[in-house]
Design a protein around this ligand. Structure first.
Ligand code: HEC
Ligand code: HEC
Length: 207
């Protein structure tokens, strides 16, 4: 099994495991997380993602990657290192229950960038994995309503290979895209949300 395969298998086992020793979401304290990720997981902090609306399966894979040192971020690595498997499960269950909220106010939508971003999203089929409404599912993250500068950085890190993830899906999807394209994609995604009234799949549906 490849390292990546082993990671997915381990995270999946964590996600589905049940037993008396499993901490319930009620037993973990979200307050330390909220100090960075915002109350109810809606982030007002630059460079810090909102967690609200993320599928719990996605959350546990990422906590697992942070703990294993496969996704590197000094702040999150520090948070995840002491966590037990039960903690990972409890936090991801809790995250899965945080209702998605309208995005924190950021850069206003620029019509030219929105148009370019929508065309790129369609061309590179972002909605085939992230969903027509970009809400994600299972181990695929929600993008709708995420902070723009965080999205831009995540895309740049997948593109450069600095973020490898548990699947090469994103590294492959972004092959050949330059910094201006990644910026336009992040701008479009940050604003394209059913919660802001800009339906992400509108352009695809009107073809
Ligand atoms: C000191 C600030 C800080 C604290 C405290 C913190 N985080 Fe984070 N978290 C971050 C940053 C910054 C990132 C983005 C890391 C990156 O870009 O790779 C992140 C990323 C994440 C992600 C991945 C999100 C995504 O969209 O990929 C999850 C899940 C997460 N944090 C959960 C938690 C939980 C659960 C707690 C509380 C136990 C917590 N965080 C506490 C700063 C923090
Ligand atoms: C083949 C399926 C697939 C396609 C197509 C795809 N993605 Fe992803 N995306 C994923 C998966 C799976 C992850 C989680 C990556 C990981 O940790 O391994 C992800 C992660 C992301 C993240 C990180 C989110 C976060 O919270 O950290 C962003 C941003 C993103 N994708 C944007 C895009 C954009 C923009 C497109 C279109 C250009 C796209 N994706 C196309 C499957 C896909």
């Amino acid at each position: 099994m490849t390292v990546r395969g082993a990671l997915v298998a381990a995270a999946t086992m964590l996600a589905v495991a049940t037993g008396a020793q499993v901490a319930s979401a009620a037993e973990v304290d979200f307050a330390p997380c909220a100090s960075c990720h915002g109350e109810n997981g809606v982030s007002y902090n630059v460079d810090t993602p909102s967690l609200a609306g993320q599928p719990s399966f996605y959350a546990i894979t990422q906590l697992f990657l942070f703990r294993a040192g496969r996704r590197t971020n000094p702040l999150m690595t520090e948070m995840a290192r002491p966590m037990s498997d039960a903690d990972l499960r409890a936090y991801s269950e809790l995250i899965g229950r945080l209702p998605p909220a309208p995005p924190a106010p950021g850069v206003p939508a620029d019509p030219a960038r929105m148009k370019r971003g929508a065309a790129l999203a369609e061309q590179h089929r972002c909605t085939t994995c992230h969903g027509a409404d970009l809400a994600g599912a299972k181990q695929v993250p929600r993008l709708a309503g995420q902070r723009e500068e965080y999205l831009a950085r995540a895309l740049a890190e997948f593109r450069s290979g600095a973020r490898i993830g548990y699947t090469p899906a994103m590294n492959e999807t972004l092959t050949g895209l330059g910094a201006p394209e990644l910026g336009d994609l992040a701008h479009y995604i940050a604003h394209a949300s059913t919660l802001t009234g800009v339906a992400p799949a509108a352009s695809a549906a009107s073809r």
